[in-house]
Design a protein around this ligand. Structure first.
Ligand code: AMP
Length: 311
């Protein structure tokens, strides 16, 4: 049996089709599974243009699983803006180098025709009320498209039933996309997917900007202005830690001092239901748990970020 550390530095196997992926997973499990007990398979879905945020997901998944699959697919269905889709960075070669260092066993980089062989799916996953607020309100159809591809990727990488060993299956997502994570967890629970959803904390630049594949479109001046997002989140977090009233409005007011940054929303919600917790923001001291969500536009780039409070 090889150990996860053995795979670091080895070029991962790149597969394009569903059949190749299943065969590669079966082989890797056969090769890496423990002699007794349950084997573990981790999946990290991405759209590529990998940065240290993705790397953190990959190394977490690497440390916890016998076999690690990373998928790279830029899913047109979740882009509500054709220009955003067209210019989304596609850097497969560099991504594979990063994944070799991080120790992925298999890179699944399917063609559009593999994921959507009949064109756009006729049967859709409806992200419902949870998917129509916040990011869903600003990007209509985004979450339905995201759930469509995640549902498919979870199926593509499902451990083949014919293996001789039991396999426990996990998929890893970043807390950076907090609403996405809530929706995926609900889909998996509501539709009985046999997979455990694992969340990985946000990775930020040294100055506090949450890493994102779209940050490369920011000028130096815009990137500096965007740091107001982290300042506002941190101000509220400090108040929450001191159990003071949060006064969200004056934290949101920091954005008025940054003309390059246009605030979309700055909202405290229940981390599981995404219901607004407005009552917790005014004169009463903060108690319990909350998730502070923020989205802002800087030039052509939409940035999202969040901060868990009390947990
Ligand atoms: P994407 O390629 O943007 O679809 O992201 C793939 C996965 O990486 C998603 O689960 C994201 O939440 C996660 N991710 C992206 N940026 C970060 C970050 N800065 N910190 C942690 N996870 C991230």
């Amino acid at each position: 049996m090889s150990t996860p550390a053995d795979s670091a530095g080895r070029t991962p196997r790149i597969v394009r089709t569903a059949a190749e992926l299943s065969a590669a997973i079966a082989r890797a499990i056969e090769f890496n599974a423990p002699e007794q007990g349950t084997a573990t398979l981790g999946l990290v879905p991405t759209m590529g243009a990998l940065h240290s945020g993705h790397e953190s997901l990959v190394s977490t998944a690497r440390a916890h699983n016998d076999v690690l699959v990373v998928s790279i697919f830029v899913n047109e269905l979740q882009f509500n803006d054709a220009q955003d889709f067209a210019r989304y960075p596609r850097t497969l070669e560099a991504d594979v180098e990063i994944l070799a260092r991080a120790g992925a066993d298999i890179v699944f980089a399917p063609q559009v025709s593999t994921v959507y062989p009949d064109g756009r799916p006729l049967i859709k996953i409806d992200s419902g009320e949870l998917g129509s607020k916040f990011e869903g309100a600003s990007r209509p159809g985004h979450f339905d498209g995201m759930l469509a591809v995640v549902a498919k990727l979870l199926h593509f990488a499902m451990p083949p039933a014919t293996l001789g060993v039991p396999v426990s299956y996990r998929a890893y997502f970043g807390q950076k996309d907090a609403q996405q994570l809530v929706l995926i967890s609900r889909m998996v629970a509501d539709l009985n997917y046999p997979v455990e959803i694992c969340s990985v904390p946000i990775i930020r630049s040294a100055e506090g900007l949450a890493l994102s594949s779209r940050n490369q479109f920011l000028t130096a001046e815009q990137a500096k202005a965007a740091l107001v997002i982290h300042r506002a989140l941190s101000l509220v977090k400090e108040r929450a830690e001191r159990h003071e009233p949060l006064y969200l409005e004056d934290a949101a007011g920091l954005f008025e001092m940054e003309p390059l940054v246009e605030l979309d929303y700055f909202e405290l919600v229940d981390p599981r239901t995404l219901q607004e917790l407005a009552f917790n923001c005014q004169d009463t001291p903060f108690t319990g748990e909350g998730l502070l969500l923020v989205a802002a536009r800087v030039g052509e780039v939409r940035l999202i970020d969040n901060m868990p409070l009390g947990y």
